[in-house]
Write a new protein. Structure first.
Ligand code: ATP
Ligand code: MG
Length: 660
């Protein structure tokens, strides 16, 4: 391996928390000291925020690393913690979900409603023969039944595997087969970009190749005609007719709660397994701490889809275990108009908004006039997740959504980590635009060099986690070897074979520590570029491009180069009104190359910049640089099955020949 990451970007702006928020924050700076003094006691106190029917005997069993057990011997029911206990505490009338369909229909669902719906679904699943430990695949649009289906599985101890509703029949087949799911829960369809988008035909096609599937449960959402067979059951004829009483049984803290496949940005998706007690503990604690969630006054909205881990931890399990009120939205941000998100914030008086950099950059491209048309004064806290957020996107978010003063929590975590790991605390941290700042209390993260040595402040390298955490993945479903190979064999005991070395989790992301020791994510290790012997981060070059007023979004890759080893090739989407035809385009490209060289240094000057209308993204909105690398090196494209829109690659190819 070559030298660790070069550290190029120098961002010095810093924004302390608003005094009012800090004065009333759920979590103060003491939490860091408490966790530092005794990490396991700290997590034990967070676990005690949940209702357990049997107390654990041991906080952490790490005797067989890297296979962890948390809250060993404890028992609880996840759905009870998310629903029953709020209803029993007299909060049944409180709104759990303000649901908004894409066409504009809406539903208000209280905790008592959600509890009843979940009990009915639990009874119906039991009638279909589902028992604890069985796997249930969930392939639904963003409708309340998606949350109900997950909670019903949790309630009866079935392990859910949610598959994003935009995935193809092949992707669905692979995931159903990998987990041998017994039941699939789906809908006739959902609304997408102003029209019904069918799901049931995809399930029919998938299930034809999945002998494990005995039943398919179908929610009626669009009312379109669907094919029908003996294994199909309508939700409204089964679940909605089932008894509303159901007593939740407790499960072991390590009982499998769900399998979720990673989004496939880098490789074949991995079936990440999460279990019960530790997962819920950290999902609940981080919702409370990082969002400063106040169940009595906040209206929270996470714009992710339930098909991603963000939807699991920060739509279903985190907010509901805290008894929060939230908004859930079915559709796309530009249907029927580009102000849709802001209209929803305004309508429900949303106080906390959690979204992704890809959406913020899209909003930047559309222009700040759009959010300016709405009343966003209810907002008090903003969050970001999914990719590094470029400093200019961070500033835009604060300025045009956050009235120039709201704290932004940039939360680093992964499907594998289950919950947030590195993030500012909104009442404590003076955040820097583009930095995830510091590991949360109870989390031990570090940046190391090729040898696994901690880098000094100012240095760059690989992000690792040095200690197990409650919501960590327990394995890759059915593939312990791939689990060890992927995460535990790069550094520490898994690399050296020396049992005296600590076990170190390799996250797969590049990172740096700035002069104050704050953490900056630099993109995936697979994407790092090696230019004239220097490892250069894609994120930093992209952020430099986005800091130019004509650029809304950029992706950067390293392409083979005879002189420098790799050379930087950039793809940039111009902002709305930018003139790019002919001469003007050439001029802009020259200006952008110089702008990057000036911002980051000559080593980072792109060899080539292409102005493109779109970038290839996964269905969760992350840029897929490996495909752009194929373009830059004139290779045929690799696996495109997790791509959101495969026509984007044609667009880029045609845009390139014209624009160059
Ligand atoms: P695959 O592992 O299959 O390639 P994926 O990594 O995209 O897919 P996820 O688990 O959804 O699947 O994404 C986690 C990754 O997203 C992180 O490893 C990191 O690269 C990126 N990420 C998430 N949040 C942030 C953040 N706040 N800052 C920087 N990067 C982030
Ligand atoms: Mg990953």
């Amino acid at each position: 391996m070559s030298e660790a990451l070069a550290n190029l970007l120098n961002e010095t702006r810093q924004f302390p928390p608003p005094a009012e928020l800090a004065a009333d924050a759920n979590v103060t700076a003491d939490a860091y000291a408490e966790a530092e003094a005794d990490r396991l006691a700290f997590w034990e106190r967070q676990a005690a925020r949940l209702a357990w029917t049997k107390q654990w005997d041991q906080v952490l069993d790490w005797s067989r690393p890297p296979f962890a057990k948390w809250f060993v011997g404890g028992q609880l029911n996840v759905a009870y913690n998310c629903l029953d206990r709020h209803v029993e505490a007299g909060r049944g009338d409180k709104v759990a979900i303000h649901w908004e369909g894409e066409p504009g229909d809406s539903r208000t669902i209280t905790y008592a409603d959600l509890h009843r719906m979940t009990c009915q679904a639990a009874n119906a699943l039991t009638d279909l023969g589902v028992t604890a430990g069985d796997r249930v695949a969930i392939y639904l649009p963003m409708i309340p039944e998606a949350a109900v289906a997950m909670l019903a599985c949790a309630r009866i101890g079935a392990t859910h595997s949610v598959v994003f509703g935009g995935f193809s029949a092949d992707a669905l087949t692979n995931r159903i087969q990998d987990a041998s799911a017994k039941v699939v829960i789906t809908a006739d369809g959902g609304y997408r970009r102003g029209k019904p988008s069918a799901l049931k035909p995809t399930v029919d096609e998938a299930v034809a190749n999945c002998p494990s599937v005995e039943h398919v449960l179908v929610v009626r959402r669009t009312g379109e005609d669907v094919g029908w067979s003996e294994r199909d059951h309508w939700w409204h004829e089964t679940v909605e007719q089932a008894p509303a009483e159901h007593t939740a049984q407790s499960f072991d803290s390590e009982h499998p709660l769900f399998i979720l496949y990673t989004s496939g940005t880098t490789a074949r998706p991995k079936g990440i397994l999460h279990t019960t007690g530790g997962y819920l503990t950290q999902a609940a604690y981080t919702s409370y701490a990082v969002f400063d969630l106040k169940p009595d006054s906040d209206v929270y909205w996470c714009t992710a889809d339930i098909g991603w881990v963000t939807g699991h931890s920060y739509i279903v399990y985190g907010p509901l275990s805290n008894g929060a009120t939230q908004v859930m939205y079915e559709g796309t941000p530009d249907t029927p108009h580009k102000g849709r998100f802001w209209e929803i914030v305004d309508r429900y008086r949303v106080t906390i908004l959690y979204t992704a950099p890809t959406l913020i950059r899209t909003m930047m491209k559309w222009g700040e006039e759009i959010p300016a048309e709405y009343n966003l004064s209810s907002l008090r806290l903003l969050g970001s997740v999914g990719e590094p957020i470029n400093p200019e996107a961070w500033m835009w978010y604060r300025q045009h959504v956050g009235h120039g003063e709201l704290p932004i929590v940039d939360t680093w975590w992964q499907t594998e980590t289950g919950s947030m790991m590195i993030s500012p605390l909104p009442g404590v941290t003076a955040a820097k635009p583009g930095s995830a700042m510091t590991p949360l209390p109870g989390v031990v993260a570090d940046v190391v060099d090729d040898q696994g040595q901690s880098v000094p402040n100012g240095g760059g390298g690989y992000l690792v986690l040095r200690e197990p955490w409650p919501s960590m993945l327990r394995t890759i479903w059915g593939d312990d070897n791939r689990f060890i190979e992927t995460y535990w064999s790069r550094f520490g005991a898994g690399a050296s074979g020396d049992a005296n070395d600590p076990w170190i989790y390799f996250a797969g992301d590049g990172a740096k520590k700035d002069d104050d020791g704050h953490v900056w994510l630099l993109g995936r290790v697979d994407d790092v570029m090696l230019v004239s012997g220097h490892n250069i981060s894609t994120t930093e070059v992209e952020s430099a491009l986005v800091s130019h007023p004509s650029v809304a979004e950029a992706a950067v890759v390293g392409a083979t180069d005879p002189t420098t080893g790799q050379a930087i090739v950039a793809f940039a989407i111009p902002r709305g009104s930018t003139e790019i035809s002919g001469e003007a385009g050439e001029q802009l490209i020259a200006e952008l190359r110089n702008h990057v060289a000036k911002t980051l240094g000559p080593i980072a000057k792109p060899r080539q910049i292409m102005l493109v209308p779109e970038l290839p993204k996964t269905r969760s909105g992350k840029i897929m640089r490996r495909l752009l690398r194929d373009v830059a090196e004139n290779r045929s494209l690799g696996d495109v099955t997790t791509l959101q829109d495969s026509s984007v690659m044609d667009l880029i190819a045609s845009g390139m020949s014209g624009g160059k």
